[in-house]
Design a protein around this ligand. Structure first.
Ligand code: C2O
Ligand code: CU
Ligand code: CU
Length: 501
């Protein structure tokens, strides 16, 4: 029996294998009453290390080593993992707009790898996509000037056909472009680990042996890999005891395939202040937010009532049984989970957040649109899907390293019309840009999609239009990628290449 099957049957109880060893953490289910059950089985919040680089001749130099090791993720066993400067996952890379950063990425794994800076505007040769593969025991250097606005980005493996398994094993982390002076002016919490916390969400499945379960069966490929152990910054069932009562949480869906519908256990409101590309014009009061794989959202949560609360994912948004996805095979794609407990009983009182205006967006209402393109995200069902290797395409073509699918022009704007005739939701991502979501089937985007984005969900049977700048960098030969960010779909071919010339 695979451990994930066991876990699926054994949620919230200790029996069988688990009882035979020792009770691991409790998979505390719905817990509206607070911290009543099994406090002792909860883990401390894991605050990732920060890496800010060394200043060398005016550049910020980051030394990043891809390495492997063993990690105690579950209480009763260790797991073979990979990571960046650590055995599992990665430090938070912090940088500032205007800095020139130099990434020295050394691959100490015994397999080929690539490391991509998701959300960043940068030359195609520095992008870290599948064309910048790093052979074992070699170093790849990427250098660029940070043009992006302060924001929460994502760096992760982007190895040709191997992205899903490498991210699953640990090759990913958060990047932050920070501006502490600006945040101080706006009254936004910005002290890392005091009132500003990364909350990196991922789910994992385990074998009975304690190793990660990662299977490229056709069903897993089709659904995308899901697990039933929820991790925040690599740790299950953890409790954050923030130092202050007004906290900024940088929510970051780093899962391979899971969609989250997030809310707090008491349904309290929070302020959304930033999306993938940075601050919103105005904070938006919400009680729930949805994050597809690779999406980020910065929220401010007021904990001054000091009630224990839990950040939860509520079922209803997963890639659940539609059409042929039916049966209990798909039920694990869409479940309720507790993600992170917040205990503010000892937190120092912060002053309330009052700003109603944050930044002003550039006016894109009158920009010249150089080109409108249609992107059709398809999963071909039938024999080719079930028994062949293909089936995942954009505009009928599967990813081919030797084919440039689209050619765009630098310093222009384009509208892409994303159509999803398939039975699953696909989070669509474009490299080297931050876009605006124009509409969903002609209607307004969600309230949490009004800012700059680099990833947007295209629901089954839906059409989403986005508007974006192609950026300043030209290169005839080296392409950027656009793709579904369900990593198993990306690996299976739902990806294309474009150049900016
Ligand atoms: Cu987050 Cu092409 O990737
Ligand atoms: Cu990307
Ligand atoms: Cu997809």
């Amino acid at each position: 029996m695979k451990r994930r099957d066991f876990l699926r049957q054994g949620l919230g109880i200790t029996s069988g294998l688990m009882a035979a060893t020792q009770a691991p953490f409790a998979f505390a289910k719905s817990d509206a009453s607070g911290f009543s059950n099994s406090i002792s089985q909860r883990n401390d919040f894991n605050l990732p290390a920060i890496e800010e680089g060394q200043t060398v001749r005016g550049k910020q130099v980051f030394k990043l080593t891809l390495q492997q090791g063993q990690t105690r993720i579950l209480a009763d066993t260790t797991t073979e993992t990979i990571g960046i400067n650590q055995n599992f996952l990665a430090p938070v890379l912090r940088m500032k707009k205007g800095q020139t950063v130099k990434m020295e990425v050394t691959n100490k794994l015994d397999e080929i790898a690539a490391l991509h800076w998701h959300g960043m505007v940068l030359p195609a040769t520095e992008d870290g996509g599948p064309h910048q593969a790093i052979e074992p025991n070699t170093t790849w250097i990427a250098e660029w000037k940070v043009l992006n606005e302060p924001s929460t980005l994502f760096y992760h493996s982007h190895t040709h056909n191997q992205t899903g398994q490498q991210v699953w094993r640990g090759l990913g982390g958060q990047m932050q472009i920070v501006d502490e002076d600006r945040d101080a002016d706006l009254g936004i919490p910005h002290q890392y680990g005091i009132d500003d916390y990364p909350v990196i969400l991922m789910d994992r499945a385990f074998e009975e042996t304690g190793e990660f379960y990662y299977n490229n069966s056709r069903m897993d490929k089709m659904q995308g890999m899901h697990g039933d152990v929820m991790l925040v910054n690599g740790v299950p069932n953890s409790v954050l005891k923030p130092k202050k009562t007004l906290v900024r949480l940088r929510l970051h869906n780093a899962s391979n395939a899971r969609f989250y519908h997030l809310e707090f256990s008491d349904n309290r409101p929070f302020q959304l202040i930033a999306t993938d590309g940075g601050l919103l014009e105005k904070p938006t009061k919400l009680r729930q937010i949805r994050l597809a794989p690779a999406e980020r959202a910065e929220i401010l949560v007021d904990l001054s009532d000091r009630k224990p609360i839990t950040l939860k994912s509520i079922k209803g948004y997963g890639n659940l049984s539609r059409g042929m996805m039916g049966g209990n095979n798909a039920s694990h794609l869409d479940q309720d989970f507790d993600l992170l407990h917040l205990d503010s009983s000892q937190s120092e009182q912060s002053s309330a957040f009052k700003r109603t205006q944050l930044v002003t967006f550039p006016d894109w209402s009158k920009v010249q649109v150089a080109k409108t393109r249609l992107m059709k995200l398809e999963m071909q069902m039938g024999p080719r899907m079930m028994f062949g290797s293909g089936g995942f395409t954009i505009n009928g073509q599967a990813m081919d390293m030797n084919v440039i699918n689209e050619v765009t022009h630098a310093n222009t704007f384009e509208i892409w019309e994303l159509q999803n005739p398939s039975t699953m939701h696909h989070p669509f991502h474009i490299h080297n840009t931050q876009f605006r979501v124009l509409d969903r089937d002609g209607k307004a985007p969600y309230p949490w999609e009004h800012g700059f984005k680099d990833t947007v969900t295209v629901h089954s049977k839906e059409t989403v239009r986005i508007l974006f700048p192609t950026g300043p960098y030209k290169n005839n030969n080296t392409p950027y990628m656009y793709h579904c960010h369900i990593l198993e779909h990306e690996d299976a071919g739902m990806m294309g290449q474009f150049t900016v010339v």
